[in-house]
Design a protein around this ligand. Structure first.
Ligand code: FAD
Ligand code: NAP
Ligand code: MG
Length: 445
């Protein structure tokens, strides 16, 4: 019997288990599938934890999500093609849900497809190596106590451990003597902590944008965002300002590249994350920056270093859950031999062709088109149910325009489902006014 290991039970790992279970229910022999998840429950980043630093076992906390986090894209852009929002919630809901609502949706499908049976929780993968056609996977399972390792062998390994968990933490002169808190967005949990404070945020991507808005919404006195290359340039509400790069700190005074200065109480480094796989043999390990087409992955999934090793969700993400699904269907079909792989040379050529296309991508709109083309390519390879990909592309374009029009108002818009056509209702309170992010409140809104 063939054995397949899936590492991680976040959205990607769950998509993989769902894909296997679909095939199994269709009468296909899937062999033995085992999923190792280091946390006590599923959902990955969406499974909120208050913890920062180390978990109860002394392992690095995986979670990077924070309280009051709302979807930053329309839910219609990430909808599972085989499990609609209508099906899960029994009717239409607004387009930008808070974290708990999306968590409920992810878990809803995982329950429906009965994939918990595959998962060993509280089990961290410590080492993966390959010899004589077989992977050795060494795990540490908390039920056996700390330090007790167990090694199992597998024919295929699918890595679904995410890549927004290990922070990239730069240092600037004066940090060592700054008389306040300096934290990375990975450790940000509750904006209320910064009420009344003057904040400095470094970065110019989604975390910087959202943590700045959050902090203002929950009462920060002022937020200064220092960009390294280019400002985000949104029409920020009063209280948020973008300035050129931080040069150094003198006490609590931050000095910027344009010669201006600001006194600040706390610093949040929204400086991104690193792909981090300390548990994979360096010869097999994916090494990449956060981008839309990591080199070394055929179809963005199959490791060209060893095609029995597969990775899910390693791209930077406009598309999320439905892209993960399409990847998982491809990975499943590769593992089951239903999708034969071409020669190593042909796989390398295919990767090169995508990298050449990617090199020509410049604007945000071109990035959206590029990832749309990638998802379309994946969809053509498998039987993941069709959804209106052109509609999703149009939604992303509209969403980008909405953000430029109103960075505090874009989450009040509604979009049509690419799966069912259902249009999300306009919520009765605006995102900016709504301080309660609970599922109960959202459904009552
Ligand atoms: P993860 O969700 O990170 O899950 C990986 C899992 O692997 C975790 O459960 C972890 O415990 C487990 N794991 C890791 N290492 C090991 C190990 N060694 N052994 C065993 N298990 C292990 N996407 C959206 O679509 N909309 C949003 O609004 C959105 N907001 C986001 C906000 C933040 C702050 C961040 C950081 C990301 C956000 N994302 C959002 C993107 C997010 O990457 C995806 O939604 C999704 O969570 C990725 O799923 P994943 O399974 O690849 O990774
Ligand atoms: P990211 O998109 O990788 O961006 C990292 C940012 O850090 C870039 O802007 C980069 O600047 C900046 N940076 C790196 N080093 C720096 C330095 N030394 N000084 C100043 N800036 C530096 O990471 P992210 O913003 O954390 O986003 C990660 C993921 O989380 C995304 O998928 C996003 O969608 C998700 N997210 C979602 C929400 C939500 O609202 N639902 C909220 C937060 C995050 P350059 O641009 O100059 O390179
Ligand atoms: Mg940008």
């Amino acid at each position: 019997m063939t054995r397949t290991a899936v590492i991680g039970a976040g959205p990607c790992g769950l998509a993989q288990l769902h894909a296997f279970e679909q095939a199994r229910q269709g009468g296909v022999d899937i062999g033995e599938v085992v999923c190792f998840e280091k946390q006590s429950d599923w959902g990955g980043l969406w499974n909120y934890t208050w913890r920062t630093g180390l978990d109860a076992h002394g392992d690095p906390v995986h979670g990077s999500m924070y309280r009051y986090l709302w979807s930053n894209g329309p839910k219609e852009c990430l909808e599972f093609a085989d499990y609609s929002f209508d099906e899960h919630f029994g009717g239409p809901i607004p387009s930008f849900p808070p974290r708990e609502v999306l968590y409920d949706y992810i878990v809803g499908r995982a329950k429906k497809s009965n994939v918990r049976q595959f998962i060993q929780f509280d089990t961290a993968v410590r080492e993966i190596s390959y010899e004589a056609d077989t992977f050795s996977v060494t795990v540490e399972s908390w039920e056996n106590g700390p330090g007790v390792l167990r090694t199992e062998t597998f024919d295929h390994v699918i890595v679904a451990t995410g890549h927004f968990s290990m922070p990239y933490v730069p240092e600037y002169p004066g940090f060592e003597s700054f008389p306040g808190r300096i934290l990375h967005s990975h450790d940000f949990r509750d904006a209320v902590e910064f009420a009344g404070k003057n904040l400095l945020i470094l970065g110019s991507s989604y975390s910087a944008e959202d943590i700045a808005l959050q902090s203002l919404k929950y009462g920060a006195a002022s937020i200064t965002i220092a960009y390294r290359n280019a400002p985000m340039g949104f029409g920020w509400p009063e209280g948020i300002t973008e300035v050129p790069a931080l040069r150094h700190l003198e006490g609590r005074t931050a000095h910027f590249a344009d010669g201006t200065r600001r006194d600040v109480d706390a610093i949040i480094l929204c400086t991104g994350y690193q792909h981090h796989f300390p548990f994979i043999d360096p010869d097999l390990r994916l090494v990449t920056a956060n981008n839309l087409y990591p080199a070394g992955l055929y179809k963005g999934v199959v490791s060209t270093a060893n095609p029995k090793l597969l990775y899910l969700g390693m791209q930077d993400q406009y598309y999320t859950f439905n892209m993960f699904d399409a990847q998982a269907f491809v990975a499943r079909d590769v593992v089951l031999g239903r999708l034969p792989l071409p020669t190593a040379e042909a796989m390398a050529d295919d990767v090169d062709a995508w990298l050449t296309m990617y090199a020509a991508v410049d604007t945000v709109m071109e990035q959206i088109d590029f990832q749309t083309a990638y998802v379309r390519d994946l969809m053509a390879l498998t039987d993941y149910p069709a959804f209106d990909l052109d509609m999703v592309r149009r939604h992303f374009v509209t969403w980008e325009h909405d953000k430029d029009e109103s960075i505090t108002g874009y989450r009040d818009k509604s979009f049509a489902s690419p799966c069912t056509g259902t249009v999300g209702p306009i919520p009765s309170s605006t995102w900016w006014e709504e301080l309660d992010d609970s599922l109960a409140r959202f459904l009552a809104r």
